[in-house]
Design a protein around this ligand. Structure first.
Ligand code: SF4
Ligand code: SF4
Length: 98
């Protein structure tokens, strides 16, 4: 059975697997989702251990405050639509803004 055929019953409440405040301190990379490649198969939602991903408005949305940057979503995406990008670079620190 494909992930997209599973009922939309989350296994965990978003962010319930870890304190959201800790994620900013431990995350070294974050997922970047290519909307052109994504086919909404939901595999990433199924595998994310922190329920940081959801489908809303016809696209995959990342709730960054719940993401610890483990990269499982990128590894499991069959369409290779997710790339992990560094959270920090050079002397200036944070790459992306919330
Ligand atoms: S990002 Fe990848 S795994 Fe997630 S829904 Fe899109 S194609 Fe599927
Ligand atoms: S990097 Fe890990 S925690 Fe973040 S969205 Fe992907 S699977 Fe979830």
């Amino acid at each position: 059975m494909a992930a997209k055929d599973l009922p939309l019953v989350p296994g965990a409440r978003p962010g319930s697997m870890a304190a959201a405040a800790a994620m900013e301190r431990i995350r070294e990379q974050r997922p970047a989702i290519d909307k052109e490649k994504c086919n909404l198969c939901r595999e990433c939602l199924l595998y994310c251990p922190d329920a940081a991903l959801a489908i809303a408005g016809g696209e995959v949305r990342l709730e960054l405050r719940f993401c610890k940057g483990c990269g499982i979503c990128a590894r499991e995406c069959p369409a290779r639509a997710i790339t992990m990008v560094p959270e920090y670079a050079g002397d200036r620190g944070l790459v992306g803004e919330e």
